[in-house]
Design a binder for this molecule. Structure first.
Ligand code: GLU
Length: 416
């Protein structure tokens, strides 16, 4: 994992799509450079009285189709190249599902697991203040990502609203609690979108959803709700891993019992209704569906060559390395790429932003129906393009994305 360079991988995928799509070389060059990279220091008074200084970023990769959109993550290994890669991923993701946003991402290099609630709040508010010059409902709208949630978004929204004056500014942030203008169904949105892609892929491949075996890497904000959705739809979730370990039960793990165990123990490891296995061995389990729902670079060449599943649906951002992609292609393993598969989160963020700006809350059913329709449309067009070009779903999704962004860049023209 140490040698994994997410920015280099993003550029390679962009270059490939540019060639396949016959992209204008000026536009290609534009997309190879992030529009704006802001690095900030985030000093925080810790509970013991000392001041610690963290480093944070906010990157806008492209803002031609609309405000930058993308999450904020708190992670001890975060760096500028990773944030830039994730921001570019957001440009392509919002384009694949055709919502009116560009791509952004941000975060702070820190280990939030060791913070008190007070420390986390002070870090969030100071970071929000430092990046506020480039935020706003028409400029850049953050959302939750790895290790951030509705509570962090509420602090962010409050800090920005207080700084800017003029009252509550709900359109500045998505993934907010319902009480301050959040939307119904944001929490499970990414998992619901992943589920739509799984169902569509299984239908295209003439595979039965009911009775199929699934393996999940990650049991957090996405993997957790997804395990419920899969099991309640009739799949058997036979293996789950997280940072603490992995469990296996060929008869199927019970997601609610597993969630109860994780609440108590903080990890899936030690769950007694399954057998412990090495997290790395998860990839080898014979199954129909594999869902990486954790961090970048999880499926490397080694995992890809041993993979026991037929379909990978990428719930995480950038979980598959370039080398692994080549192996999976050779092995005829179908990969539904991140920029399509996990776009349910940002799609419901779009619905939330629209509701916040309109001051009009949608019913739960409307959010769910529009999300399903949007995911199905995107999946169908990516599948058809992959078929037409004779390439993987990932390459087809990138082609669709760069074409949409390029069309917008050409329409607006170059300033001045
Ligand atoms: N963090 C999510 C993602 O990577 C959601 C971003 C958003 O809603 O802006 O897609």
């Amino acid at each position: 994992m140490a040698s994994f360079d997410p920015w280099a991988a993003t550029l390679e995928r962009l270059d490939d799509a540019a060639k396949l799509a016959g992209l204008d070389s000026d536009i290609h060059r534009l997309l190879r450079t992030p529009r704006r990279v802001l690095e900030v220091s985030v000093p925080v008074r810790m509970d013991d009285g000392r001041v610690e200084v963290f480093i944070g970023w906010r990157v806008h990769h492209d803002t031609t189709r609309g405000p930058a959109k993308g999450g904020i993550r708190f992670h001890p290994q975060l760096d500028a190249r990773e944030v830039a890669a994730l921001a570019a991923n957001m440009t392509f993701k919002t384009a694949v599902v055709n919502i009116p946003f560009g791509g952004g991402k941000g975060g702070v290099r820190c280990d939030p697991g060791r913070f008190s609630a007070g420390e986390l709040e002070r870090l969030t508010r100071r970071y929000a203040t430092e990046i506020s010059p480039i935020l706003g409902p028409d400029r850049d709208v953050p959302a939750p990502d790895v290790n951030t949630d509705g509570r962090v978004m509420a602090w962010l929204m409050d800090t920005l609203s207080m700084m800017w004056g003029g009252g509550a500014n709900p359109g500045a942030v998505t993934g907010k609690p319902l009480s301050i203008g959040g939307t119904r169904s944001h929490a499970g949105a990414t998992a619901s979108g992943v589920l739509s892609c799984i169902r569509a892929a299984f239908t295209e491949m003439d595979m039965s959803f009911v009775g199929a075996r699934a393996v999940l890497q990650g049991f957090g904000k996405v993997g957790g709700p997804l395990a419920f959705l899969l099991a309640s739809g009739g799949m058997r979730v036979i293996g789950v891993s997280d940072v603490g370990g992995a469990v296996y039960n060929p008869g199927g793990l019970d997601p609610s019992a597993l969630a109860g165990h994780v609440d108590r123990a903080g990890t899936v490891a030690g769950f007694d209704a399954g057998d412990p296995i090495a997290p790395d061995d998860l990839w080898e389990l014979e199954c129909e569906l594999v869902v990486p729902a954790a961090l970048e670079g999880a499926v490397d060449e080694h995992a890809a060559s041993r993979l026991g599943g037929r379909v990978i649906v990428e719930a995480a951002n950038a979980p598959t390395t370039l080398e692994a992609d080549a192996v999976l292609d050779r092995r005829d393993i179908v990969v539904v790429p991140d920029i399509l598969a996990n776009a349910g989160g940002v799609t419901v963020s779009y619905f939330e932003w629209a509701q916040s700006r309109q001051g009009f809350a949608w019913e739960e059913g409307l959010v769910a129906n529009r999300l399903r329709a949007s995911m199905d449309t995107a999946f169908t067009s990516v599948w058809a393009r992959a078929d037409a070009l004779g390439v993987s779903l990932r390459r087809a999704a990138y082609v669709i994305a760069v074409e949409r962004v390029a069309e917008a860049i050409a329409a607006r023209g170059l300033f001045p």
